[in-house]
Design a protein around this ligand. Structure first.
Ligand SMILES: *Cc1c(COP(=O)(O)O)cnc(C)c1O
Length: 365
């Protein structure tokens, strides 16, 4: 560290110069994050110093976390769901598998995940000592429910499936997987980190949530399509008592025990997540999601006109193409299989799509 502190003006010109090295979201087509909604930014600033890790000191912020869980639980057709605000999909997935493992103590536990599972499950399995069994996908990149059922055995502690896969934006056949989970008496965790804030706002949402009796827990991330500030995730469980198995004693805090993975936890991004849900309501969220889906459709149509066929018709706003090259100045990403991948987040407006298509077309000309 410096011996003498740096003058504030110098400090902030240094910080701003670093911030300017960051890319603006304007040309980022590869991210599942997006600039926070203005009400999220405003709420975040008010709750900057709050710590949900010591709830007795911040009862107001705790009430907002409970409201977030109630709102998201209700959105997932279970107003009485248990839950807490995590740092995102990774923590939610780790904690869900931790619960599943505790609920079924076996010698050499395994989990069955789809080949499309997010890499956070690699971390979860490594930390928890779980053998990861990978179920194949069907031609539309959805988990093959029958193959998944075939991988379940007496040591399987959880079956995992995805609503809005990170790479192709697909929704697994959750109703069929729910039947498998009930039939085999297996914990079913739904990773709806991305799709949990999309599918409920589509015109004809397919059931994927607690309305299906086999679903045990759901990850959903307000810091993606929920337009909250980072970090804001949420883990929901059908049975609020599931969390009790994670409790550890906390000697010097205002509460006696804690079931979360993190200790000190931000209240600011939780207040921000609540702010967006309250401000937009179902109607506002439907408008955002409808816009993103329309933009994804327009992008797919435009790309196909340019000779870049879609890899699949996505269930949520992630579009993928057989296309070798992206025009300069744009950030797209690649799936493991090599398809070009574009996430039509709220900042990827119709205008942005048209500019990208124009640049694509100029590049091909
Ligand atoms: C983004 C994502 C995750 C990981 O969430 P983080 O917030 O980055 O930890 C997990 N699963 C799915 C399906 C995702 O889209």
């Amino acid at each position: 560290m410096r011996e003498h502190g740096c003058p504030e003006e110098d400090l902030f010109s240094f910080l701003l110069s670093k911030r300017q090295e960051d890319l603006g979201y304007r040309n980022i087509l590869s991210s599942m994050c997006t600039p926070p909604h203005p009400v999220a930014a405003r709420a975040h600033a008010i709750f900057l110093e709050t710590n949900l890790g010591d709830p007795g000191l911040f009862p107001g912020t705790v009430a907002l976390e409970e409201l977030l869980v109630r709102r998201l639980g209700t959105l997932m057709h279970h107003p009485g769901a248990g839950g807490y605000a995590t740092s995102g999909g990774t923590e939610s997935n780790i904690q869900a598998l931790r619960i599943a493992k505790k609920l079924k103590p076996v010698g050499s536990p395994n989990v069955v995940v789809p080949a499309s599972a997010h890499f956070s499950f690699l971390k979860a399995c490594d930390i928890l000592g779980l053998d990861m069994r990978v179920a194949p996908l069907d031609a539309d990149f959805r988990m093959d429910a029958e193959a998944a059922a075939g991988l379940i055995d007496k040591n399987t502690v959880a079956l995992v499936s995805v609503v809005g896969t990170t790479e192709y934006g697909m929704v697994d056949p959750i109703a069929a997987l729910s039947d498998v989970a009930l039939d085999r008496d297996t914990f079913l965790h739904i990773d709806a980190a991305f799709g949990g804030m999309v599918v409920p706002f589509l015109d004809n949402p397919v059931p994927f949530d607690f309305s299906l009796p086999g679903v045990s827990s759901i990850s959903v991330d307000p810091h993606k399509m929920g337009m909250s500030t980072i970090p804001a995730g949420c883990l929901l469980t059908r049975d609020p008592n599931y969390f009790a198995c994670l409790n550890v004693e906390t000697p010097y805090l205002t509460v006696k025990r804690e079931c979360t993975l993190a200790g000190t936890r931000p209240g600011a991004s939780v207040a921000a997540a609540v702010a967006v849900l309250e401000y937009l309501g179902m109607e506002g969220m439907r408008a955002v999601v409808t816009g993103c889906m329309e933009n994804a459709r327009r992008l797919i149509e435009g790309m196909e006109t340019l000779g870049c066929p879609r890899a699949v018709t996505p269930d949520v706003n992630v579009a993928t193409f057989s296309c070798d090259r992206a025009p300069a100045g744009w950030r797209v990403s690649r799936t493991r299989a090599g398809h070009m991948r574009i996430v039509c987040m709220p900042h990827v407006t119709r205008d942005v799509i048209e500019k990208f298509l124009k640049d694509m077309s100029d590049m091909h000309a």
